[in-house]
Structure formats: structure tokens, C-alpha cells
Design a protein around this ligand. Structure first.
Ligand code: PHE
Length: 362
């Protein structure tokens, strides 16, 4: 038996090395490794072998099988190489020609974050909001002090910060921990009354898990006018959410503390992944914090160069990553920036219309 296996391996590997094309190779594959192939047939003789020798024989048979498999793989690679070489040597072959179908017609997909951001931008533009963009590397002032968060303020601990090394004597720089950095900037830039949104990436020194990432996305909204009320704020937030979800969503409002708003609120939405029953996304509470908001604190208005006796405003900081997860029922935030193409492919235009019930078309 052992001899037969040796002979089989020799015969198979030389036949494979001599195979002239892919078809021949496939025949050899079936002949030697197939269900009724030579190796299997040979092993039927196992019953005549003394029991003590069987394990050794089994191991040897596996070796033969592996050797033949790898010989086939090697030959297949070489044949493919030859095929491409021949193709390139062909004087009629033009490498500059456009790729033929189906490769040329395979559509790309928009990342769900891109889709939802575009949709939100549309919704707000239609309501007369400016669309603004601010730096990701920011000054300590715009991220903290200007927002009524002085160095000793305990709220600084709420957002663990990535600090950027800054030469001594210069203002400290950081990766913005929220898009609220745009509040004072916008007040100094645009003459009120105005309304604006500024979407962007934010960064926090966080332990990563299913619902926390060190890098995530927010959309800040800011409205400044002569008379702005909580009622106005709540109405705007409700309109926003029903536009985004294209249906009524269950929300709840809780008091929330942020030094740059007074009063401040936490707007939660019922978890769309589990329908409120409890899952990893909502940490089994049935609710997801989605939209902290409030009336702009007078100190922030002052930092923005506005007189609080003349101007008022509201602001919100929409958790865009969470929203995307709710909207597409994505159960783990790490998918968003994981870069796995199989994830993004699900959002190709074709896939989106068949697998999601409320596509924005944005
Ligand atoms: N910037 C706050 C955060 O990221 C959210 C917020 C924005 C709260 C605007 C109130 C008003 O936690």
C-alpha cells in the first residue's frame, strides 16, 4: 500500500506538471482527488492492512493528497501566467482599451454615512440652513473655553480628548471632541439672524465596543435669532427626525447637562434596531441618545461677539453615526469605519432599493 501511494504521488505530480491547459488540469484533479478518484479508491484497500499500520497509512494518504493538491495549484498559477503572457505578446492586444463588461458596469456604492449626511444636508438646505465645514484639528478655545468649559470644569472629563503636540507658548490644539467647535466660529463669521449646520468627524479617546468608536460623526445645528424658544427647538427637532426617518419615530426628552446650553436636553429615540426591546446598540435599554440640544448659553453668545440681551439661539449635536445605525439597523458601530467592502456593497443603489424599506434617494 505504501509503495502504491508513492507511485500514485509520482505519477500524479508528473502528470500535473505536464498538463497543457486548464481543462486537462481539471481532469487530473477529478481523476486523482475526486470522490471516486485514485486516492480514495486506493484507500478502499485499507481494510486489508493490519490495524496497527492504518493510522500511518492514513497520514501518508493525506500527504499524497496534499502534495497533489499543491502541485495542481502551482501548475494552475503557471498556466494562468502563461495565458496572460501570451495575451500581452499578442500584437492585437491593446492594454489601453476600456475594461469590458461586466467589470466596467459594476456600480460603486455610497457609504451609508455619506448617504445619510447628504440627506440631512438636503433637509436642512430646504429649511434655509447654511452648510458649513470646520477643521478637525482645533484650538482648545473653540472646543472648550469658548463653549463655557474652562480648564477646571468637570465637563472636560466627559469627553476624553486626543491632544495634539503643540510648541510651548502656543495655544493648545486637539482633535475636536464634538462639532460644537463650530458654534463660536459661526457666530463670529455670519451676521445674525442665521441658521446653519456643520457636519463632521469627531474624535474621543474611548474604549471601542459595539456602540463606541474613537472616531465618529456628528451634525451640529445652530440657529440664532431675536426670539428663540424651547418650543421652537423641540418642533424643529421633531421635524428633522420625521424627515430623516420618513416616518414617525418615538422620542423622549430628558433634561441634559452641557455647559454651553441652558436649558439643555437629551433627546432619545426608541431603538430602531430592536424596536425598543433591548439590544447591544441601545445597551438593552430600548432607547438611544441621539440628539442632545438646548438653548445657547449667554456666555457662548458673548464669546461669539453677540449680545445676549439682543440675541438668542438653539443648538443641537446630532449623533450621525448612531443615526445611521438606527436607520439601516446596523448592530455594531465598528462596521462604519471598518473598511470592509462587503459591508459597503450592501448599500449599492441596487442593494439599497431591495433591502432597505426607507431609502432616501439622497
Ligand atoms: N457637543 C455635545 C456633545 O457632543 C452635544 C451638544 C451639542 C449638546 C449642542 C447641546 C447642544 O456631547
Amino acid at each position: 500500500m505504501f509503495d502504491k501511494l508513492d507511485q500514485l504521488q509520482d505519477a500524479a505530480t508528473s502528470a500535473v506538471a505536464a498538463a497543457a491547459d486548464e481543462g486537462g488540469l481539471r481532469e487530473l484533479e477529478v481523476h486523482y482527488l475526486g470522490k471516486k478518484g485514485a486516492v480514495t479508491e486506493l484507500l478502499k484497500g485499507m481494510k486489508d492492512v493490519p490495524v496497527a499500520d492504518r493510522p500511518r497509512l492514513g497520514a501518508r494518504a493525506n500527504e499524497v493528497r496534499n502534495a497533489v493538491e499543491s502541485a495542481i495549484a502551482t501548475r494552475r498559477g503557471a498556466l494562468e501566467h502563461e495565458r496572460i503572457r501570451r495575451l500581452c505578446d499578442d500584437p492585437d492586444f491593446d492594454a489601453s482599451l476600456p475594461v469590458s463588461a461586466p467589470f466596467a458596469t459594476r456600480p460603486g456604492a455610497l457609504h451609508p454615512l455619506t448617504r445619510v449626511t447628504a440627506h440631512i444636508e438636503d433637509v436642512f438646505r430646504a429649511m434655509g440652513f447654511l452648510l458649513l465645514d470646520y477643521p478637525e484639528v482645533e484650538s482648545e478655545f473653540h472646543n472648550f473655553d469658548g463653549l463655557n468649559i474652562p480648564p477646571t470644569h468637570p465637563a472636560r472629563d466627559m469627553q476624553d480628548t486626543f491632544w495634539v503636540e503643540t510648541p510651548p507658548g502656543q495655544e493648545r490644539q486637539l482633535l475636536r471632541t464634538h462639532t460644537s467647535t463650530g458654534q463660536v466660529r459661526t457666530m463670529r463669521l455670519v451676521t445674525p439672524p442665521f441658521r446653519a449646520i456643520f457636519p463632521g468627524r469627531v474624535f474621543r479617546y474611548e474604549e471601542v465596543d459595539a456602540s463606541h468608536e474613537h472616531t465618529f460623526h456628528q451634525v451640529e445645528g445652530l440657529m440664532i435669532d431675536r426670539k428663540v424658544s424651547v418650543a421652537n427647538l423641540i418642533y424643529s427637532m421633531k421635524t428633522l427626525l420625521s424627515e430623516i426617518f420618513e416616518r414617525d419615530v418615538v422620542i423622549r426628552l430628558r433634561p441634559g447637562y452641557f455647559p454651553f446650553v441652558e436649558p439643555g436636553f437629551e433627546l432619545d429615540i426608541q431603538c430602531q434596531v430592536c424596536g425598543g426591546r433591548g439590544c447591544s446598540v441601545c445597551k438593552h435599554s430600548g432607547w438611544v441618545e441621539l440628539l442632545p440640544c438646548g438653548l445657547v448659553h449667554p456666555n457662548v453668545l458673548r464669546h461669539g461677539g453677540l449680545d445676549p440681551s439682543q440675541w438668542q439661539g438653539w443648538a443641537f449635536g446630532l449623533g450621525l453615526s448612531r443615526l445611521v445605525m438606527m436607520r439601516y439597523q446596523i448592530e455594531d458601530i465598528r462596521h462604519l469605519l471598518g473598511g470592509d467592502l462587503r459591508f459597503i456593497k450592501q448599500f449599492s443603489p441596487a442593494a439599497a432599493t431591495t433591502t432597505t424599506t426607507h431609502t432616501s434617494g439622497a
